[in-house]
Ligand binder design. Structure first.
Ligand SMILES: [Zn+2]
Length: 555
């Protein structure tokens, strides 16, 4: 017997529930099922299969790789992962129909030719068993039963079952080889469709028998199909065609509508998407252009700044080079200077100067004293004369410079030439405007109230209208000027010359008169002064003036 015929013969079990339902579910999942067998344990294809025979056939699935068979319920629950409550109730419809064919069972085999055969038939089959043939694998009829050979027996153990049994063959001898398979065929001519062979399968099969057996099976099948065919009248056919056409048209229309609406929806979605894409690309473009605008400007500015920095750095480097050169020169000069003065003995020279002075001057003690004490304080006493003389030997230009600087600090800049006697006596005549003519003693008293110190002012004399001449020591002059500045009513006249006439564009006679009158005043002061310093100073001043203005008096 072939496997295919076997399959077809046993197909009924797959038409029963729940096998039929499980198979439908299986078909939907067949590519996703994992074979749990240890050999496989991966996704496998499964095939319909079965076990048992006759009425005892059970549907099974088998793995196409490892050939392991699985009970359908087991397969459904564990491999398909289905739920039991979803399955329909168990049915036997197809089993009943198929099992209308008689089954033959070999009850016992005492020896090769002695066998008891029992033929079984379903109860609800109204077909009586007529002649029955038993075919071997080679489709040879090995036994032929007639109706009279069979006797109905009630099997108590199967009372509630759906089939009845006919009794055994009796004295007829059946040559049968245990392990071979045989077919039993009901030969009743009136009911050929119910005469399907019933297979008793033993383990051993012969290949040659398969073809003949399946041929026979096909013949049965064909007869069955022609029987069931029906014919329609022309009107019925046309009606049905129209009906189908209408149905088809409406389906087409619906389909068209669906396609159109889906197409429109898709177009909308595509439009929305493309708009969004455009927006995004615009934003990206803007960002890029903005970046390149600002970014490029910034980079340009940076480049410019870098250039400037570089130039600045260059000029700095140049300046550093220049400074380094100057420093080198200074160091060079310093070294030269040290070399030159290395053997210069300052003490020796000082000693030399000192000795010279001591030798040529009887008043060396007062000289040394004066050199030490600054500022020089002049108090009219017996030693005044010695101081006056000593200054002749010690003309310190630094004192004069110091005096000029300090005077400029209190706002007095002399523009007249300083007389030689000024420098040698460290005295300066300062001219003040704003004091009306007052008796000398009274004036000195008043000025003392304002803070003027007459220890340092050797003479006060009116020399012009409202202009008084003060003969002041260098050391006191700045302080004197600052007191004058503190008092608004009196003013220093730094450009005032007592030899100039009071009128503009004076004739030489006026000049001569002015000079003579000034010298006369100086002489008068000398007569009245108690200060020897002033007397000597004034005398020298007169001789200097006479020298300078001599040209006026030649004619
Ligand atoms: Zn497997």
């Amino acid at each position: 017997m072939s496997l295919s015929s076997n399959n077809e013969l046993n197909e009924w079990c797959w038409n029963e529930q729940p096998a039929k339902n499980i198979y439908e579910i299986f078909l939907k999942n067949k590519f996703h099922l994992v074979c749990p067998h240890a050999k496989c344990n991966v996704k496998r294809l499964f095939e319909k299969n079965f076990s048992g025979n006759g009425t005892e056939i059970k549907p099974q699935f088998s793995c196409s790789y490892c050939k392991t068979k699985y009970d359908i319920i087991d397969f459904y629950i564990n491999i398909i992962k289905g739920k039991l409550r979803d399955l329909p109730e168990k049915t036997y419809y197809h089993k009943k129909i198929e099992q209308k064919s008689p089954t033959l069972s070999i009850k016992s085999v005492k020896n090769k030719s002695d066998v008891v055969v029992k033929i079984e038939k379903f109860v609800d089959s109204d077909e009586e068993l007529s002649d029955i043939e038993i075919l071997n694998d080679d489709s040879e009829i090995i036994y032929n039963f007639s109706e009279k050979d069979l006797s109905l027996t009630e099997d108590s153990s199967k009372k509630n079952s759906s089939y009845i049994s006919y009794s055994s063959i009796g004295n007829k001898t059946l040559r049968i080889n245990p392990g071979d398979s045989y077919s039993i065929v009901n030969m009743s001519a009136s009911s050929s469709k119910k005469s399907n062979p019933v297979v008793i399968t033993s383990t051993k099969r012969s290949a040659e028998s398969e073809n003949s057996s399946s041929k026979k099976l096909k013949e049965f099948k064909n007869s069955k199909e022609t029987d069931s065919e029906t014919f329609l009248t022309y009107e019925e056919f046309e009606k049905k065609i129209n009906c189908l056409k209408d149905e088809f048209d409406s389906i087409l229309m619906n389909q068209n509508d669906n396609i159109r609406s889906n197409f429109n929806k898709n177009i909308e979605i595509i439009n929305v998407l493309s708009n969004r894409l455009e927006e995004i690309s615009n934003i990206v473009d803007e960002s890029i252009s903005e970046y390149s605008k600002s970014g490029v400007a910034k980079i340009n500015q940076l480049t410019k700044d870098m250039d400037e920095l570089e130039n600045f750095n260059d000029s700095l480097t140049n300046q550093v080079i220049v400074l380094t050169n100057v420093l080198e020169k200074i160091i060079f000069i310093d070294n030269k200077y040290n070399e030159i003065f290395k053997n210069f003995d300052i003490n020796h020279h000082l000693q030399f100067i000192k000795t010279n002075i001591l030798n040529g001057d009887a008043y060396s003690d007062s000289l040394m004293a004066e050199a030490k004490s600054k500022p020089m304080i002049s108090i009219p006493d017996s030693s005044e004369a010695t101081k006056d003389i000593s200054t002749r030997f010690h003309v310190d230009m630094n004192d004069y410079d110091d005096f000029i600087l300090k005077m400029s600090m209190v706002g007095v800049n002399f523009n007249q030439k300083t007389n030689a006697c000024d420098i040698s006596y460290k005295l300066r005549r300062i001219f003040i405007k704003g004091i009306v003519k007052t008796p000398k003693e009274k004036l000195i008293e008043n000025l003392k109230i304002f803070g003027f110190n007459f220890d340092y002012i050797l003479n006060v004399e009116m020399v012009s209208k409202k202009v008084y001449e003060f003969t002041v020591y260098f050391s006191y002059a700045p302080k004197f000027c600052s007191i004058v500045n503190d008092n608004d009513f009196i003013t220093i006249l730094p450009k005032f010359d007592p030899l100039d006439p009071d009128f503009p564009n004076p004739i030489p006679e006026m000049k001569k008169y002015k000079i003579s009158s000034y010298i006369y005043k100086l002489r008068h002061n000398i007569e009245n002064s108690k200060s020897e310093v002033y007397k000597n100073y004034a005398n020298e001043l007169i001789s200097e003036i006479e020298q300078k203005t001599a040209y006026l008096f030649i004619n």
